[in-house]
Ligand binder design. Structure first.
Ligand code: 13P
Length: 254
């Protein structure tokens, strides 16, 4: 059975002090052993102290981005090697990075390969715009994003990758995809694309999250879907009570 995951993407929120306080509140509320993988992804600047705060807690830390190069003249960037030791996960190809920072499928692919090489677990994000959705292009667009980002990835490496389907129209809008819609894309498109690249076994084992306006009210229905293995949570992950409620609801289903 695939292990469920509740990952919080804090985006550009929380000073170091605020981030440590939020991580501490989550650690205290969420308790010990769980069937749910918990990952918190603060801004880069917060990571070392959040990581120290969560040491020994079974709550993992992730970054929200990284550069594909190991080091060099890339002003303002952070490499996988720099994240190793303070983070185990890295969100790659988030739609906000693609939209505002011109990230391409090719660049995301280079980042995925570099993260794997460095021993980080990529949380690879894909998702279509409202216009693409309305034009009926969701399947071809999202399937294409998955295949482009995973070019050159082996089946063994796929076991360490998490894919998050985040329709752009559902992010921060309060309008989540219906559980059935989300399940159809997570399974019929994302998992299917993994299968076309790497075979049925890799597809069955692939962990696929849904993201976009998830909260403590809709997470139960979303997590009850057979092809959804977790959530990448934005706004609701900034409140300890909401995030922990989502972890508890998920734990009760597994
Ligand atoms: P919201 O949960 O705030 O819609 O954000 C989703 C998201 O973009 C997570 O990466």
């Amino acid at each position: 059975m695939r292990r469920p995951m509740m990952a919080g993407n804090w985006k550009m929120n929380k000073t170091v002090e605020e981030a440590v306080a939020l991580a501490r509140a989550i650690r205290e509320l969420v308790g010990g052993v769980h069937p749910v993988d918990r990952v918190l992804c603060p801004p880069f600047i917060d990571i070392p102290q959040v990581s120290a705060e969560l040491a020994g807690s079974q709550i993992a830390v992730g970054a929200q981005n990284m550069h594909w190069a190991a080091n060099g003249a890339y002003t303002g960037e952070i490499s996988a090697a720099m994240l190793r030791g303070v983070a185990d996960y890295v969100i790659l190809g988030h739609s906000e990075r693609r939209q505002y920072f011109a990230e391409t499928d090719e660049g995301v692919n280079r980042k995925v390969l570099a993260a794997l090489e460095a021993g980080l677990t990529p949380i690879l994000c894909v998702g279509e715009t409202l216009e693409q959705n309305e034009r009926g292009e969701t399947h071809s667009f999202v399937g294409g994003q998955v295949k482009a980002a995973l070019a050159g990835v082996t089946a063994d490496q796929m076991a360490r990758i998490v894919v998050a389907y985040e329709p752009i129209w559902a992010i921060g809008t309060g309008k989540a995809a219906t559980a059935a819609q989300a399940n159809a894309i997570c399974g019929g498109v994302v998992r299917n694309a993994v299968g076309e690249l790497l075979g049925a076994e890799a597809a069955a084992a692939a962990r696929v999250l849904y993201g976009g306006s998830t909260n403590e009210k809709n997470i139960g229905e979303i997590m009850a879907q057979p092809d959804i293995d977790g959530a990448l949570i934005g706004g609701a992950a900034l409140k300890a009570e909401s995030y922990v409620a989502m972890v508890r609801t998920t734990a009760a289903l597994y």
